[in-house]
Design a protein around this ligand. Structure first.
Ligand SMILES: [Zn+2]
Length: 552
């Protein structure tokens, strides 16, 4: 919703220069980087028993992946799984219908996957969130904020480990564990990564919109995945095999966001890059005679929904027609979309954190900071009638009639809110605003069935309830996103535009691949194991108990 006024040719020229410059810079920095023995490592020696490899494929659509496996276009995965027996069962593996938590966003989803507990309990709420008690805005993946300082901290200072309030899989299993690239690595024995700056550079180019989807094999994303896998293989060469190896491949997600061909582009990437890198890792085990009997998990954090890559479909940050603008027009001083603020900007009364198809709104008790330049007492919860409900109603009316901001008309699917409580208390569950009042989610869905929003009540409970559920804000906005509406009618909360987004409760971006295989093992044994920890249709949180069960 922002107009660019650059002369077209200058813009294209600058873009080309940036691309050329970024090309050489990224390829340079990718070659450096390295490995880090983690100070919290509890167990270095390998233990007898099976080994586990987790391929964490960021942003992978399950249907695309399974089609490639079944058609033989992903030969390494196909060979691992063996013959297709139908209904998700393979000769050596099992692939049930599986789901992400909410929001279906990278950092929160991986945190839930690698702790086995949801955001309301582990404290990692999304790609961005605000902590009232410390007045800190976190953006480990910048969506509204265009500042990559937290990305660097994720790689260099284990930012997520510092913020995570639940034990990680590595801490729970106490095994020799190597983690390649993944943001959740606290408690692992070894963390391998490309140079922190190169990952940050990638995201900088991504958020500035200067990365474009081209040939998968020649893309920056592939260079990142290739270097990461090379590093982890070098680590295995010098240190031997771990009991648990986590292989995070971020390139798929980055490539898909910027690929004009959207999910077709992703399928090409999975075929020409991802499956080959998976094959490289499996080969390392095979050459050491260690592949047979090894358990392999293939899992994603979320999938993707095609969107229009233009400013009309982006609910942005810095323009008057954005949700920021609506809060300002409703009489709130809004926090700028930056990680750190100057002194004069600290008197904000409202904060927005973006997750793609979802946005969190945090409000202050405005009676503590009526005058300009007076900072609010964020430790105090906002007043329900005076601070929260006016904004709930402002979004409802803007969405219904275009009141105050015509561009917001028809952009929002659902508005959630709840009675605020002090940050130290357990949060109340989110309810849905029906135009008159807040209604419990279950009761609302009985009146207005929404089969397109998967397991909405339980997943919103995971997000908002529990000791840290307050961190999801006072209002949650869900944009219109599902694939049962035309792409022209889908909207996303973000600083920049993309060809795909995620973060919603829709089936398309919430359903994930979650495959359990054992090299040379029995598919029905894998199905039994998976069902034991996750039932017929597990969430990604079943992965932590699954690995614990394997190591038991
Ligand atoms: Zn992701």
């Amino acid at each position: 919703m922002k107009n660019y006024h650059y002369p077209r040719y200058t813009f294209v020229f600058v873009l080309l220069l940036l691309l050329l410059w970024s090309c050489s810079l990224i390829l340079d920095t990718l070659r450096t980087g390295g490995e880090k023995e983690l100070p919290t490592a509890v167990q270095i020696a390998s233990q007898p028993g099976p080994r586990v490899i987790i391929f964490a494929l960021d942003g992978t659509a399950p249907d695309e992946l399974m089609r490639l496996i079944r058609s033989g276009e992903a030969p390494n995965l196909a060979a691992l799984l063996g013959k297709d027996r139908g209904s998700g069962l393979f000769e050596h593996g099992y692939a049930p219908r599986a789901w992400s938590i909410l929001p279906s966003s990278t950092i929160a989803a991986w945190a839930a996957t690698f702790t086995g507990v949801p955001p309301g309990q582990n404290g990692i709420m999304g790609d961005e969130w605000f902590v009232r008690e410390t007045e800190t805005f976190h953006a480990p993946v910048p969506v509204s904020a265009q500042d990559t300082l937290d990305v660097t901290k994720v790689v260099e200072d284990d930012l997520i480990g510092q913020l995570l309030s639940a034990p990680t899989l590595y801490e729970l299993t106490k095994r020799k564990s190597y983690v390649s690239m993944l943001s959740i690595h606290r408690g692992a024995t070894l963390y391998t990564t490309v140079a922190p700056s190169s990952f940050t550079n990638f995201l900088t180019f991504l958020i500035k919109g200067t990365l474009k989807g081209i040939d998968p094999e020649k893309s920056f994303s592939a260079a990142l995945d290739d270097s990461a896998v090379q590093k982890l293989i070098e680590a295995i060469d010098t240190r031997g095999l771990p009991d648990l190896q986590v292989v995070y491949l971020p390139g798929i997600d980055i490539f898909t966001h910027v690929s004009e061909n959207r999910l077709a582009g992703q399928a090409r990437y999975l075929r020409y890059v991802t499956d080959k890198r998976i094959g490289d890792v499996l080969d390392v085990y095979r050459k050491r005679g260690a592949l047979d009997g090894t358990y392999v998990i293939i899992i994603s954090d979320h999938s993707q929904i095609p969107t229009l890559n233009d400013a009309q479909h982006r609910l942005g940050t810095d323009d008057e027609e954005s949700p920021f603008g609506l809060l300002a027009k409703s009489g709130f001083r809004v926090r700028k979309a930056l990680l750190s603020l100057g002194n004069l900007d600290r008197d904000y009364q409202a904060v927005l954190a973006y997750q793609g198809f979802m946005a969190y709104v945090y409000l202050a008790d405005r009676s503590t900071c009526l005058e300009e330049h007076k900072a609010c007492e964020w430790k105090k919860p906002p007043r329900f009638q005076e601070d929260v409900m006016p904004i709930v109603k402002a979004f409802y009316e803007a969405n219904r009639t275009g009141d105050r901001i015509p561009q917001l008309k028809g952009t929002i699917d659902l508005i959630f809110s709840r009675q605020p409580v002090a940050g130290t208390q357990n949060a109340k569950p989110f309810q849905i605003f029906d135009g008159h009042q807040l209604v419990p989610i279950g009761a609302y869905l009985k009146q207005h069935p929404r089969p397109d929003l998967i397991d909405l009540e339980r997943r919103m409970q995971w997000l908002g309830a529990g000791p840290l559920g307050n961190r999801a804000g006072h209002i949650v906005l869900l944009a219109r996103a599902c694939t049962n509406i035309p792409v022209e009618n889908r909207y996303y909360f973000a600083g920049i535009t993309h060809y795909t987004w995620h973060g919603s409760a829709c089936e398309q971006d919430s359903r994930i691949p979650f495959i359990l295989a054992q090299a040379g093992g029995s598919g029905s044994a894998m199905r039994n194991l998976m069902r034991k920890v996750g039932g017929d249709s597990p969430s990604q949180m079943a992965m932590t108990p699954l690995v614990r069960e394997i190591f038991k």
